[in-house]
Write a protein that binds this ligand. Sequence first.
Ligand code: IMP
Ligand code: MG
Length: 176
Amino acid sequence: MAETVSVLISQEDVEARIKELAAQISKEYEGQDILLVCILKGSIFFTTELAKHITLPVTFDFMSVSSYGDATVSSGRVKIIKDLDDSIEGKNVIVIEDIIDSGRTLHHLLALLSVRGPKSLKLCTLLDKPDRREVEVDVDYTGFKIPDAFVVGYGLDYKQHYRNLPYVGVLHLDEE
Ligand code: IMP
Ligand code: MG
């Protein structure tokens, strides 16, 4: 299998859109502090680029989750691999995700965080594949809605590779 990647969203377009999201967030939270919760590992590039353009006081925390396999998905669980370091009680939390696909991960993660008493809890995703949604998720900030294709780059991986591509590309697995 030969793997090739074709550009879907150029670096220039990704970064321009992230600046717009940062401006929108800075305006909506004017006069307040924000805690950015980066969902590892896919959201690291998005989180840092976004944060650089937010003009308010920002702190960071990191969480790593994995979805259970299909067999147990109906139990509605995500497994926490690494939890947040600090309490989110009374804080303006924005969860930063790389991509929303079925919506299961974020649906369960938001439920889990909302009971920890944040002052506010919002969701910001770089990419959204709305055609694939199985569970409803309220997304507050979306970078790009994309068609149902497997994408890599700007933090997104295929078997842990391609995260460092500076653009978002579609992965093609070609028979040789
Ligand atoms: P969901 O629970 O189905 O919404 O899963 C979302 C997670 O699946 C994302 O955080 C990604 O880790 C992964 N994922 C979904 N679609 C893609 C893709 O096109 N490329 C890379 N990872 C993806
Ligand atoms: Mg992810």
